[in-house]
Write a protein that binds this ligand. Structure first.
Ligand SMILES: [Zn+2]
Length: 468
């Protein structure tokens, strides 16, 4: 969005008449509903992102999935000191690979074993060491602004307490670990403005213990985690169940009402709505905006739920702490290939085997994640302190926000949509200001604000809170 014709000049305050702006801007689409402001367009990948996405290698991803499956089991309660079988061997291999990638980063990527002893708890019968393998690519410009992507490297058999039977966990979730490892590899050599954390977490199948620890570490440090994505069961677009394959779709589960919503926030929502405008929903819109393009070759099927029925994943650990988060997963699951002992029964093959994974599919999911993380890290951060003025009754709308700190900040866009529309239908550049008045009633539409940099990268949208 580089058209700046309606940008105000030096003033930090702007008054924009939507109808006047329409006369000065091209109108996308034929409908009169778009007459006020421009219809939003997708954000195309920049040149460096295109190059990075081309480097994502399905063969290397296949090698990673097969190597992880070859540890026999990666159950959280399995051997930690056996060099060839069990979760300890998997942990050490992931650490060794990520460290090799970090060696190419000029010191910007560091890898740590983030370890803790989980006391006895549901599905943890004895004190158990749980270790996340965490690679951190420090941002050049705003290292305190953080984006997190995870896959879980633990696996399970039919009995969730069975730490010895084979549990190859190829799809669940060597596929997700392969995504974060391949992203760490291709991003380690590149400079990002914000920090990206690539984490292989453990303890997921026992109850999200590893990601719970990771999220709490960020919370305790007061970290500014602006988005988190779990990649869990991203192995194939073919369920191998007789239904048609859907190899160019990945689902993204995003919650509506925030898990960590406060009582005061709930009161506002009951009064004026906003159940579709929490920070995770805005992240879902952002993902489609930056990741549905020819370079990823994927459609993102956003599902407005925290997760599937009866299931959860590591994004919930972040949602619980108030961080925006979402979960990628394949379009249709085959439950004979998840959480099952490897066996043949009545002619049906059970078990989470490498042969049911499609490495080209996993590579496309990695490209979706890569487009999202790159676009987040290169854009300004999500605007903060966004309020809608509610001090008086008026048919215009005044929005205010805190000035952003990005060195290459170009300004802001106000977006809006009908209250019944799922996604933004209108966007208006308002310049580098921190307050704007728009000649549209706040009672009739939902508004949001996003930041732009000089290269055209857009931040996720922040929804305003009432000022009073
Ligand atoms: Zn899983």
């Amino acid at each position: 969005m580089t058209d700046q014709r309606e940008r105000p000049t030096s003033s930090r305050r702007a008054f924009l008449s939507a109808s006047a702006a329409a006369a000065a801007t091209p109108v996308l689409g034929a409908g009169r509903a778009n007459a006020a402001g421009r219809g939003p367009r997708r954000q195309a990948p920049d040149r460096e992102l295109k190059a990075m996405l081309r480097e994502i290698d399905p063969h290397r991803i296949g090698t990673t999935v097969a190597r992880l499956a070859a540890f026999g089991t990666r159950h959280t309660l399995s051997a930690q000191d056996n060099p060839v079988r069990g979760i300890g061997a998997a942990r050490d291999w992931i650490f060794e690979r990520l460290s090799a990638y970090a060696a190419e980063s000029g010191g910007r990527m560091t890898v740590e074993l983030q370890s803790f002893v989980q006391p006895p708890a549901p599905r943890i019968p004895v004190p158990t060491r749980i270790t996340n393998v965490v690679a951190t690519l420090r941002g050049d410009a705003e290292p305190g602004r953080v984006y997190v992507v995870t896959g879980h490297y633990d696996s399970r058999a039919t009995d969730v307490m069975d730490a010895t039977s084979d549990a190859p966990g190829a799809d669940d979730d060597a596929s997700g670990v392969a995504v974060i490892m391949e992203l760490a590899r291709v991003m380690a050599t590149r400079h990002t403005e914000a920090t990206i954390v690539f984490a292989a977490v453990a303890g997921e199948e026992q109850g999200l213990y590893g990601s719970d620890h990771l999220a709490q570490q960020f919370r305790d440090a007061g970290a500014d985690v602006q988005a988190m994505f779990s990649n869990d069961i991203v192995g194939t677009g073919d369920a191998h169940d007789g239904t048609a394959a859907d190899p160019r779709t990945v689902r993204l589960f995003v919650e509506g009402v925030p898990t960590a919503e406060t009582a005061a926030e709930a009161n506002v929502r009951r009064s004026v709505g906003g159940e579709n405008d929490g920070p995770s929903r805005q992240l879902g819109r952002f993902v489609r905006d930056v990741a549905e393009n020819p370079q990823t070759g994927m459609k993102v099927r956003v599902v407005w739920r925290r997760d599937r029925y009866l299931r959860g994943s590591d994004h919930i650990s972040f949602l619980l702490r108030g961080y925006p988060a979402a979960r990628f997963t394949e379009p249709r699951e085959n439950f004979a290939h998840e959480h099952q002992d490897v066996r043949v029964e009545n002619g049906i093959q059970y078990g989470d085997l490498v042969e049911y994974c499609d490495f080209a599919y996993i590579a496309r999911v990695a490209r979706v994640n890569g487009a999202v993380l790159w676009s987040l890290a290169q854009a300004p951060g999500t605007p903060t302190g966004v309020v809608i003025d509610t001090t008086q009754l008026t048919n215009a709308t005044t929005l205010r926000w805190q000035p952003g700190t990005a060195a290459d900040l170009a300004g802001y866009e106000v977006v809006w949509r009908e209250t019944t529309a799922p996604d933004w239908t209108n966007a208006m550049a308002v310049g580098n200001v921190t307050t704007v008045t728009i000649d549209l009633s706040k009672d009739n539409v939902f508004f949001g604000v996003r930041a732009l940099d000089r290269s055209g990268h857009r931040s996720p949208v922040a929804a305003p809170r009432p000022s009073s």
